[in-house]
Design a protein around this ligand. Structure first.
Ligand code: ANZ
Ligand code: ZN
Length: 805
C-alpha cells in the first residue's frame, strides 16, 4: 500500500490549486463574501521565520474553515516592502533596496506557497511598487485636501557623532545604537496628520468593535482620555496670561507656583532681565535632551523666570518657573504646581524650597495635619477639601466640578477633555519610501502635486544611505527635485522626505480587492462588496500604531466621501508568539528555527499542525524539537485509514457517535481559534477509528477529511480524491452533526478497591480510565477505602474499575 508521502502530495496539490484557480476569490459575484485578512510581512530578511508561519497558519485555518462552512472567502497577501525595516536590511547586507526587495519578495512568495496557504495571489500588493505607492501618495493628498496634513517644526533624534537623524528604533536608552553617543533633539520642519482631532471617535468606536480585549485596552491607553480644566492665570504687572491644564481643579487653593515647559512661547516675554541668562542656559540644555530620558528622569531641575502669576482662588502672587518635567507636547505646556498633592511637584518644591500647602485631607486628618515627606495623592470620596475657603468639606469629586464652575464664572477657565494622542508625524529623512507629493514654490508655497501627475516616482540613486550631511538622500539630487511649480510654472523644489511606512500599511486592505486596477485606488463596487474586513488576525505588537492609523485613515476617507464605513476591521484577533525555551528566537542565541528544513523533513501539513498544537493560538507556545513526530503519525494513520477504508457493511455505531461529537467540537473550536484543542479532538477520534488496528469504514473517515482540511490542506485534498470525489474538498462544505447522537450514553461502572466491590458510579459510556479514576475518588463512599497512592488501576471499559492500593 502507498505510504503517506507529503513530498509528492504537497507539490501536486499546490500545482493543482494554481491550475484550477482554487484559491481565487469570486471577487465580482460572491454570494456570501468573507474577507479574511492577515497582517502582511516586511520582506526584510532572506525568508519567513517560524513566527510568520505560526501567524499565517492560524489565519489560513480560519479562512479555509470559513470557506468550508459556506462563505466566499477572499484571502489576499502582499508585502510591506517599503520602509526602515527593508532599508536597514539592505544596508546590513550591503545591497540596494531597489534590487534586494524584489528578491526577498520572491523568496517569501516561494515559502508561502510551500506552506500551502489559500492565498489569492492575483490580488497581491507590494507597497514599494509605483502601482501601489501612487495611491499612497493619493491618500496623502486626500488628507491634505481635508486640511488634515500640516507642516510644523518638530524634534527628531539626532546623533551628534554620526551627524544623522535616527529613527526611534535606533535610539536605545537615550544613546545612538550605532556609536553610543547621547542623542539630542533637533528641530526639522515635518509633515503631520491631525489624528488627534479624531481621538474621541477612535475611542468611542472601540465600545462596539469585536476585537481582542488586550488590543482594545492598548488603544484606549494610547489615546489617553483625560478630563479636567484649562485654567488661566494673569501674570502680575503684565498683560500675558498663562493657561494650564489640570485634572485637579479642586486643588487650586494649593497651587503655590506655576511651571512652564522650557520651550513654552511665553517664556521669552515674561522672563525678567536678572533671570534671562540662567533661563536661556537651561532652555539650551533641555532642547539637547531626548524626550525619552526627559520623561523618565528622576532628578528635578528648573529655573525661576523672575515673573509671578496671580492665583485666581487665593489672590496671592506665585512664582513662575520653567522645568523639563513639564512637556510642551501635552495639555497646554504649562501646569499649576500643587506640591501638597502631586508627587512631581512635591519633589520639585523640596529641591527649590517652595511652599507646600495641604488642601485635601483624608477622614482621619485635619486641615493642619502635616504632610510629612511625600505628597498626599489620594482622591477617593472619603477625601475632603481643607484650606480651600468656601469649598472646605466638599468631597474631591464634587469639588472638581464646583471649583471649575466657580472659576469659569469668574472668567478664569473652562472644563476640557484632553487626549494624550499626538498628531502623527509622517516625514522620514530616509530614502526607501514614497516621496511626499508636495512641491515648494517661492510664490505659491507648498503646492500639492496634482493627482494626474502621480506617482511621484522614487528615483534609483546609488547614494541612498543616510549620511553625515543629515539631510534626506533625495535632497542630494538636484536633477530630481528641481521641477516647475504645478501652479505658476516657476522653478520650484520637490519635498525630499518620504512618508512613514505606517502610511503604506494604513490603507492596504482597501487595495487588495482592486489590486489590478490602475485607474482608481479602490473600485467602488468591490469595496462595497468586500469591506469592512470580516476577520483580521495579526500580532499584538501592532495593537497601537498600525491598527490606530488604519482606523484613522478609514475615517478620513469616509468623511471625504470615498467609502461608506468608518471602521476597517469588524473583528480583530491578536495571535500569540512562538518562543523557544522561554526565550525569544534570535540569531545571536543560535535558537532560530528554519521552517524550510522542517517542511522538507515532515511535510508542510505536519509542520502547520504542529505549530498550531504548541499552544492556544491566541497565547502562543514554546517551540520544542520533539513532538512533531506525533502529529505526523496522526497524518500517517489518517492516510492509511482513508486508503484502506471499506465501503461494505455498516460503520461502528460507537465510532459514529464519537464522530458527531468530534464534528461539533472541531467546528466550535475552529471558529474560535481554539486550534490546539480541535487537533486534540481529531487525534482522539482517530484513536477510536483505529482502535486495535481495525479497518475503518468509509463513513467514519470521510467527514474527518473535511474537518482536517483547514489544518492539513494537501493531505485532505489527496484523501478526498482517493475517496472518489472530483472537485476540491474546500468546495465540499462542512459536515453536519446529528444532535441525537450527542446525548451521552451512560453506564454503571462497578468500582472495586483491592478486588472488593465498594460502589458504583454512573459515567459516560466512552469514559477513559483516568477520568473514571477521578470520578471514583470523588465519591466519598469509595474514597474512604482508597488510602495512599494507588499502585495500579485495572480498567474494563463500560464495566469495571479496580483500584489497587
Ligand atoms: C494640578 C494637579 C494637582 C495635578 C494634583 C495633578 C495632581 P493626566 O491625568 O495624565 O492628564 N500636567 C498637565 N500638563 C502637563 C504637561 N504638559 N507636562 C507635565 N505634566 C502635566 O495628567 C494631568 C496632570 O498632569 C495635570 O493635573 C497636571 O498636574 C499635569 F494634585 O494639575 B495636575
Ligand atoms: Zn508657484
Amino acid at each position: 500500500p502507498t505510504p503517506y508521502d507529503p513530498r509528492s502530495i504537497e507539490p501536486k496539490w499546490q500545482t493543482r490549486w494554481t491550475e484550477r484557480a482554487t484559491n481565487r476569490a469570486k471577487l465580482d459575484t460572491p454570494e456570501r463574501p468573507f474577507y479574511a485578512l492577515m497582517m502582511f510581512p516586511y520582506p526584510s530578511a532572506e525568508g519567513l521565520h517560524v513566527g510568520n508561519l505560526f501567524a499565517f497558519t492560524g489565519s489560513d485555518i480560519s479562512a479555509r474553515f470559513h470557506r468550508l462552512i459556506g462563505h466566499d472567502v477572499f484571502q489576499p497577501l502582499g508585502f510591506d516592502a517599503f520602509g526602515i525595516h527593508s532599508e536597514n536590511y539592505a544596508l546590513k547586507v550591503g545591497a540596494h533596496p531597489m534590487e534586494l526587495t524584489p528578491k526577498n519578495v520572491g523568496n517569501f512568495t516561494r515559502q508561502l506557497e510551500r506552506a500551502g496557504f489559500m492565498i489569492d495571489w492575483n490580488q497581491k500588493v507590494d507597497t514599494s511598487r509605483a502601482d501601489y505607492y501612487k495611491w499612497t501618495q493619493w491618500v496623502f493628498l486626500q488628507l491634505h485636501k481635508q486640511g488634515l496634513a500640516y507642516k510644523k517644526a518638530a524634534a527628531v533624534n539626532w546623533c551628534p557623532t554620526d551627524k544623522t537623524v535616527l529613527a526611534n528604533e535606533q535610539v536605545e536608552g537615550g544613546l545612538c545604537e550605532r556609536c553610543g553617543t547621547a542623542v539630542e533633539q533637533r528641530f526639522l520642519e515635518q509633515w503631520f496628520f491631525r489624528i488627534s482631532e479624531y481621538a474621541p471617535r477612535l475611542l468611542s468606536n472601540l465600545d462596539w468593535l469585536d476585537w481582542s480585549p488586550v488590543t482594545k485596552q492598548a488603544q484606549r491607553n494610547w489615546i489617553g482620555k483625560s478630563e479636567g480644566a484649562q485654567l488661566t492665570f494673569a501674570v502680575s504687572g503684565r498683560s500675558e496670561r498663562i493657561t494650564v491644564f489640570t485634572t485637579r481643579a479642586d486643588t487650586i487653593f494649593g497651587a503655590t507656583y506655576l511651571v512652564l515647559a522650557p520651550e513654552h512661547p511665553l517664556v521669552a516675554s515674561i522672563t525678567t532681565d536678572a533671570q534671562r541668562s540662567d533661563v536661556a542656559a537651561y532652555q539650551e540644555r533641555a532642547t539637547k535632551q531626548d524626550l525619552i530620558s526627559r520623561k523618565s528622569s528622576k532628578d528635578k531641575t528648573g529655573v525661576f523666570t523672575g515673573a509671578y502669576a496671580v492665583n485666581p482662588a487665593t489672590g496671592q502672587n506665585i512664582p513662575i518657573w520653567i522645568a523639563d518635567y513639564v512637556l510642551m507636547e501635552y495639555g497646554t505646556g504649562a501646569i499649576m504646581a500643587v506640591p501638597g498633592h502631586d508627587e512631581r511637584d512635591f519633589e520639585f518644591a523640596q529641591v527649590f524650597d517652595l511652599p507646600v500647602v495641604r488642601v485635601v485631607a483624608a477622614a482621619d486628618q485635619q486641615a493642619d495635619t502635616a504632610l510629612g515627606d511625600a505628597a498626599f495623592t489620594d482622591d477617593d470620596d472619603a477625601c475632603r477639601l481643607v484650606n480651600s475657603g468656601p469649598f472646605d468639606g466638599l468631597a474631591v469629586r464634587d469639588a472638581k466640578r464646583e471649583v471649575t464652575a466657580w472659576l469659569a464664572d469668574g472668567g478664569h477657565g473652562t472644563a476640557v477633555t484632553n487626549y494624550r494622542l499626538h498628531d502623527w508625524c509622517i516625514s522620514r529623512q530616509r530614502y526607501w519610501g514614497p516621496p511626499i507629493p508636495i512641491i515648494y514654490c517661492e510664490d505659491c508655497g507648498a503646492v500639492p502635486v496634482p493627482e494626474s501627475q502621480l506617482p511621484v516616482e522614487l528615483p534609483f540613486i546609488p547614494d541612498f544611505k543616510p549620511d553625515d550631511s543629515g539631510i534626506s538622500p533625495l535632497a542630494r539630487h538636484e536633477e530630481w527635485y528641481r521641477v516647475p511649480c504645478p501652479t505658476c510654472g516657476k522653478n520650484a523644489r520637490r519635498e525630499t522626505d518620504v512618508s512613514d511606512t505606517f502610511l503604506d500599511s494604513a490603507w492596504y486592505f482597501l487595495r487588495y480587492p482592486s489590486a489590478t486596477r490602475d485607474d482608481v485606488p479602490f473600485d467602488a463596487a468591490r469595496t462595497k462588496t468586500w469591506l469592512p474586513v470580516n476577520s483580521y488576525i495579526g500580532g499584538n505588537e501592532h495593537a497601537v500604531l498600525h491598527l490606530l492609523y488604519s482606523r484613522f485613515i478609514t475615517m478620513v476617507l469616509k468623511d471625504a466621501g470615498h467609502i461608506d464605513f468608518e471602521e476597517p476591521f469588524t473583528r480583530f484577533r491578536a495571535h500569540g508568539m512562538i518562543i523557544r525555551e522561554g526565550a525569544k528566537m534570535s540569531k545571536s542565541k543560535g535558537n532560530v528555527i528554519n521552517p524550510d528544513q522542517y517542511m522538507e523533513e515532515w511535510g508542510a501539513d505536519a509542520f502547520r499542525m504542529y505549530l498550531m498544537f504548541l499552544g492556544p493560538y491566541e497565547e502562543g507556545g514554546d517551540f520544542r524539537d520533539q513532538g512533531i513526530s506525533g502529529v505526523r503519525r496522526f497524518l500517517d494513520r489518517l492516510w492509511a485509514s482513508v486508503r484502506d477504508a471499506v465501503r461494505d457493511g455498516s460503520p461502528d455505531p460507537d465510532v459514529i457517535r464519537k464522530l458527531h461529537r468530534t464534528i461539533k467540537k472541531v467546528g466550535e473550536d475552529s471558529a474560535n481559534l481554539g486550534y490546539n484543542t480541535a487537533i486534540a479532538a481529531m487525534m482522539e477520534y482517530m484513536n477510536a477509528v483505529r482502535r486495535g488496528e481495525r479497518v475503518a469504514h468509509r463513513a467514519e473517515v470521510e467527514p474527518l477529511v473535511q474537518l482536517v482540511a483547514p489544518y492539513a490542506p494537501h493531505l485532505a485534498e489527496e484523501c478526498w480524491e482517493t475517496l472518489g470525489h472530483q472537485g476540491s474538498v474546500f468546495d465540499a462544505g462542512w459536515p453536519s452533526f446529528d444532535a441525537a447522537q450527542l446525548v451521552d450514553d451512560e453506564v454503571d461502572l462497578v468500582v472495586q478497591v483491592n478486588g472488593k466491590v465498594r460502589g458504583k458510579i454512573r459515567v459516560p459510556a466512552d469514559i477513559g480510565s483516568d477520568e473514571a479514576m477521578v470520578r471514583a475518588v470523588s465519591d466519598e463512599t469509595i474514597a474512604k477505602f482508597v488510602v495512599g497512592t494507588p499502585k495500579k488501576v485495572i480498567f474494563v471499559p463500560k464495566r469495571l474499575l479496580n483500584i489497587v492500593v
